[in-house]
Design a protein around this ligand. Structure first.
Ligand code: P6P
Length: 334
């Protein structure tokens, strides 16, 4: 395969399909460049002052890891000056960050989880950066949190970078999913997969089984049937994976199929789920659907959920289309 870089891919997408406006292309290139910079810090590990926790908590009430803060700061600094963004929102920040007046404001809104899977940092397991791009609607001056509260189907782009054995950037601008591997010698993102397709069926599920006794009945029924294997109603044996980094689990599903679930849990009945809608579930749902998969909260398509709050949580079932439809049918019937 000829070595097509991210820049060439975006230029060709613009030339052939015309749906990557200049500001969006700049935004994607800035985020991609920042992921390279985050990878440098992640890869330092114990050799750099990047491991361990800070003495602060984020809006989620989670202790912030040093790398959470580093990744968040890198994305803020890199995206302020380009004139492509009006504001940013992050898992690590209580409120939105409006582009300072000293810089021109653009029409895009960037949302991100700067470092997803932070509990895996100290044990050298894959982690990642997840991002979602919305466009400011209306022609009102200024920008507020309300501008961010759009359904996931409004996303202009979405992607993630997984810091694993390879450093891989996965991207959609609404015309399929492409994967780029970081060529560290050249320092460039090289196209290594395009038109990614998720197999419609799977025998592999990803869920944190230790929570089983806390799930609602439909989810317990679904997992019980997977565990019953070929002697049970599914008539086939299943395998299980759980990395506890959504980016790693979703990447595996994009590469070979599977279903990822983080369902509602009776321990905190007022919380729909653990994962965040705006900068985890929505971008991953966009990518999965663009690759022929499905993503629901057990009742409806994730991309159709109208957000009420910036940091709201959601129950997530995503991956191979037929498997997601199967588990969703149990919940809709409940
Ligand atoms: P648990 C990481 O903290 C995360 O937000 C996702 O990346 C991951 O899928 C999930 O939480 C893991 O949760 O409860 O298994 O640690």
């Amino acid at each position: 395969m000829s070595r097509v870089t991210l820049t060439q891919y975006l230029v060709e997408q613009q030339r052939e399909h015309g749906h990557i406006p200049g500001q969006l292309r700049l935004l994607i290139e800035v985020v991609a460049r920042t992921c390279k910079r985050i990878a440098i810090s992640v890869n330092k590990g114990a050799l750099g002052d990047v491991l361990g926790s800070t003495d602060s908590q984020n809006v989620q009430g989670e202790v912030q890891k040093k790398l959470d803060v580093i990744a968040n700061e890198l994305l803020l600094e890199a995206n302020e000056w380009g004139g492509h963004l009006a504001a940013m929102a992050s898992e690590e920040m209580d409120t939105i960050h409006v582009v300072p007046n000293r810089y021109p404001q653009g029409e895009y809104l960037l949302l991100y989880d700067p470092l997803d899977g932070s509990s895996n940092i100290e044990v050298n397991v894959s982690i990642g950066t997840i991002f979602s791009v919305l466009k400011k609607t209306g022609n009102h001056a200024g920008v507020s949190e309300a501008d961010f509260l759009q359904c996931g189907r409004q996303q202009a782009a979405a992607g993630y970078c997984v810091y694993g054995p390879q450093t891989t950037l996965v991207l959609t601008v609404g015309d399929g999913v492409a994967m780029f591997t970081l060529d560290r010698e050249m320092g460039s993102w090289v196209l290594t997969e395009e038109n990614v397709r998720i197999p419609e069926d799977t025998r592999e599920f990803a869920i944190n089984m230790s929570n089983m006794r806390h799930w609602a009945a439909p989810m317990r029924r679904y997992i019980d049937e997977c565990l019953a294997g070929k002697t049970g109603p599914r008539g086939k044996d299943f395998n299980m994976r759980w990395v506890a980094s959504m980016v790693a689990d979703v990447h595996r599903i994009l590469c070979r199929g599977g279903i990822f679930m983080y369902p509602w849990d009776q321990r905190e009945p007022d919380k729909p789920g653990k994962l965040r809608l705006m900068y985890e579930a929505n971008p991953m749902a966009f990518l999965v659907e663009q690759a022929g998969g499905a993503a629901t909260n057990g009742q409806q398509r994730i991309l159709d959920i109208q957000p009420a709050k910036l940091h709201e949580r959601v129950s997530v079932m995503l991956g191979s289309r037929h498997e997601v439809e199967h588990v969703t049918s149990y919940h809709q019937g409940s």
